[in-house]
Design a binder for this molecule. Sequence first.
Ligand code: SF4
Ligand code: SF4
Length: 346
Amino acid sequence: MLVMTEKVSDVTSAEIKELAKRVGADCVGIAPMSRWEGAPKQNDPRYIFPGAKSMVVLGFRIPRGLLRGIEEGTRFIDYPGMGYASINQVHGPMVLWKLNAYLEEHGYEAFPLQNANGGDAVNPVTGKFRAGLSRHVAEGRPLPDVLVHFRVAAYLAGLGEFGWSKMFLTPEFGPRVRFAMLFTDAEFDVYDPIYEGHICDRCKLCVRNCAGHAISMNESVKVTLAGHEVEWGKLDELACEEGIHGGAGRELSPFDGEYPRQYGYGRAVEGGCGCIRACMVHLEQRNKLTKTFRNPFRKPGWKQWTVDHAKPYEIPPEIAEEYIGRMEDKEGRVETDEEAFSPLND
Ligand code: SF4
Ligand code: SF4
């Protein structure tokens, strides 16, 4: 049931949703700021914009095809680059700018929050307070920067639920979605209710397929958000940090050494093997998602490939033959060689 309000702005929630989708958001939820009641001070956006009345949370799909190269083990840059960093740093902010301008044109202040971290007083990975980083500017205020939890915001705006993996699942895309948000002093006519459906069926495939062994099989964490009890599997964030680089033995990364960055980001080369890919495949097979595909992502008989970095480096014979006289060392000087020129070079 939608939540109606008495005091409304001359901008409606339907207008905001229509505009957000027209300029690039894939799902939109709108909530009153009061849903943050009970949040820890360091995570409460009402300290960033005390006059804000509403929060608009935008969901952006991660194109399924951007996980394809990792699934096949043949191309890795696209998910960390276009599927992660550029959604956060390019696409999301573009949509936020448009919404921000629209609200400003109607006389409302809007505070856009892109999905990026920097000077947070609480470490977004460990959840620990960063002693010595910043000082508070006045008694009673949190220390800068306040860290707003994007998945909590998505929950409060009714966009879906937490899976056992702690990934946020939406009924449209499952775990294949990223978020940005905006706070405004506009008060809308209609707010979205908390999502009451069930997408996660506790299959625990996220646990079994996690490269970092980061998600607990049985231990859970319970929190109360806007009066609702929410539970997910206990996540070892540092193990996940190791996992996203390909696991402790880098068995899910074919690269020796650090992987190059695109949009400043070169992690996540294992393409969320448990919490995104295994979960998505499962939810698609169970027809749990409203956005469907004509062909399944994973073919029958697919097996997760692994790389043994303890083995000596070897160039496959067909590559050695194909590139006779056109081989260079990855650390070596790049030299032009007219005879070795290939029209297929970029
Ligand atoms: S893989 Fe299964 S248990 Fe894990 S989040 Fe997805 S649906 Fe839930
Ligand atoms: S990102 Fe990778 S390592 Fe982290 S929880 Fe997901 S599957 Fe596990």
